[in-house]
Design a protein around this ligand. Structure first.
Ligand code: SAM
Length: 192
């Protein structure tokens, strides 16, 4: 099964912590397998999404990559750069989806100005409308179109917290942490 990886370019520790965290959370919740963060090194968004994965399940990965250009150039698969200057998503999505059936997909999103080389290295420069908005919105809409809505039914295995949909209130189930067998035996020994 090909993987969907998001490359978040140009993270600025002070300015972007919220937006980058939202990129991580949206990527995980909407069907991507991994996010690779570049720019200023910052563990905060990575730790947040790892914590969410621990509690809410799935196997989403998040890591920092200091050399984003080497990563982009070396990526084996289809590279899609989301930019308002690109070709319309609605014209390109079928082709991109077909490519994604056989090979891994890299979705590149920027923060401020994206270097020219990203446009040249990408297989597709795709616009989610030709107006400026946000990397979180662009990523979410792209994933929704890519998966044709199936990402909304995605199951997150190993979840400790799950929500049961409810028309009015909140229905949340929490599983207790299960201790490792050797810990259980150790505790039994202590109490006997
Ligand atoms: N001038 C930028 C551009 O090239 O799209 C807008 C900068 S925006 C603050 C940060 C990121 O959001 C961009 O690098 C791009 O990945 C994404 N983005 C914003 N508007 C977009 C749009 N209409 N279509 C696709 N991506 C968009």
């Amino acid at each position: 099964m090909p993987k969907i990886i998001v490359l978040r370019l140009g993270h600025r520790k002070k300015r972007d912590v919220r937006a980058t965290t939202h990129c991580c959370l949206a990527a995980r919740a909407l069907g991507a397998n991994e996010i690779v963060l570049s720019g200023e090194r910052d563990e905060t968004p990575l730790e947040t999404v790892r914590g969410v994965t621990k509690k809410w399940g799935g196997s989403f990965k998040a890591r920092f990559q200091p050399n984003w250009l080497r990563f982009l150039r070396g990526f084996k698969g289809t590279k899609i750069h989301l930019t308002m200057y690109g070709l319309p998503l609605q014209e390109k999505i079928s082709e991109v989806r077909r490519a994604g059936r056989k090979k891994n997909v890299l979705i590149v999103i920027g923060a401020e100005k994206v270097p020219r080389v990203v446009y040249n290295e990408s297989d597709y420069n795709v616009a989610v409308g030709s107006q400026p908005h946000s990397e979180v919105a662009a990523l979410a809409i792209f994933l929704h179109e890519f998966f044709e809505g199936r990402e909304l039914d995605k199951k997150f295995g190993g979840a400790r917290i799950t929500v049961t949909p409810n028309a009015r209130g909140k229905t949340v189930s929490k599983k207790k942490k299960t201790r490792k067998p050797e810990k259980r035996a150790e505790n039994r020994r202590k109490t006997t």
